[in-house]
Design a protein around this ligand. Sequence first.
Ligand code: BMA
Length: 314
Amino acid sequence: MNNQHAQLIHRNKLNPILTADNWPYPINSVFNAGATLLPDGTTLLLCRVEDRRGLSHFCAARSANGFDGWVIDPQPTLLPDPVNHPEELWGIEDPRITFVKELKKYAVVYTAYTRDGPGVSLALTEDFINFERYGIIMSPEDKDAALLPNRIDGKWVLIHRPISAPRAHMWISYSPDLIHWGNHKLMMNARKGAWWDANKIGLSPPPIETPDGWLVIYHGVKQPCGGCIYRLGIALFDLNNPEICLKRGDEWIFAPEEPYEQHGDVGNVVFPCGYTIGADGDTVNIYYGAADTSIALATSSIKEMLNWLTQHSS
Ligand code: BMA
């Protein structure tokens, strides 16, 4: 067979695993879900649900094996609250979940769709029933954010993606209390020219902690005349100083190829916001929004991704 390349990421046979047809109440679409494993081994997806006005909220879906038998909350789990949080005027989107041992709570970092574009908001929860909102932590326009699970040198660490039009790069910021953020640094820039990740990149799921460093799956948005293509690449950052990029892959590792990824409300989009790690400590279950319409699952191996980076880093 011609045109062979390494397949690092394998789609689940049941894809897409969650669609609007599965929902217990009327919605337009369900995509871009945060993910975590609960203490009893249940996979929880905090799904971005777009209602039939076009505004998004979150709804939790739980499964014992992480690919089928989903039990979906009968009503929205977290709705925008524009009265107390005006920044949530046009909905909440793209949650990324990090379990924070020190707090014994899950941090949910999400996009608040403000009157002035997307901003980054934070809420903490113990049970995905009650949420403690911290409000907006990065002003618009900013999105694609996640918290690291532990402090580094006493400071909480947030990766995010401010827009400095027409380009958008990944930045890193620090906080003593999860409220006040500063010491902003450029973490990784979008490439230029014809590259698949030219001009606009952003963090996809929260970084994966490995002995070699933080393994970051990020999206690159190529913007040809025919419309954007969202693809995924990987990079590795120093565990103690995540501002330092140790390796960055040259080729993308995952791209929209299946009909449910190429066609939908926004075609040619694969957009993961969460993953879980299997009992072997190596298998990564990546949950991704497909074409802004459904949720799909693909599996990879941390070891294989790290090996591939060694061979393909620029
Ligand atoms: C990004 C985000 C995602 C969305 C993607 C493709 O900018 O807004 O929520 O999946 O665009 O439309």
